[in-house]
Design a protein around this ligand. Structure first.
Ligand code: ADP
Ligand code: MG
Length: 150
């Protein structure tokens, strides 16, 4: 599925819809360059889960947990991860295989430990379409769910 947005509010709304429909145990990966809107999208997901506290990028902690929504929300930002060991140290599998939803920014950096079943979200700019244009591609992988969901 491909969704195009032209304002941060629209990107937030895409995240919000995902948050509203999210199910426990889902893992969302979020990939895109710096400044593309990953945090805006994540704030929308949190709002959709009923979390109203501020969401920032957990850049120095790898993970930030939010328990105030309709299910636990685990927000990872692995941009600064040095070694996959750091994921072991925080006990990542309790989150990945727990009852909340995980959202992992820069998930491409920890590919080797990602489960098969993921919902991959990619956000891209296309400057030809204007500075605020974003293309958001959402794809479910793994299991027998098949490839791209239309
Ligand atoms: P990232 O987390 O990917 O580094 P942020 O979400 O922190 O990026 O920042 C995205 C920036 O781009 C914000 O300043 C936001 O206002 C701006 N922006 C402009 N257009 C859009 C859009 N269509 N969707 C999301 N963000 C946008
Ligand atoms: Mg960010």
């Amino acid at each position: 599925m491909v969704i195009e947005t032209r304002t941060p509010e629209e990107t937030f709304a895409v995240g919000e819809r995902i948050g509203r429909n999210a199910c426990p145990g889902q893992i969302y990966t979020l990939v895109g360059d710096l400044g593309v809107g990953k945090t805006v999208f994540t704030q929308g997901v949190a709002a959709g889960l009923g979390i109203h506290e501020p969401i920032s990028s957990p850049t120095f902690t790898i993970i930030q947990e939010y328990e105030s929504g309709r299910m636990p929300f685990y927000h990872f930002d692995v941009y600064r991860i040095g070694d996959i060991e750091e994921m072991e140290e925080i006990g990542y599998d309790d989150y990945f295989f727990g009852r909340g939803i995980c959202l992992i920014e820069w998930a491409n950096l920890i590919e080797e430990i990602l489960p098969k079943d993921l919902i991959q979200v990619t956000i891209e700019k296309d400057l030809k379409q204007g500075f605020d244009y974003r293309r958001i591609t959402i794809m479910e992988t793994g299991g027998d769910k098949g490839a791209e969901k239309k």
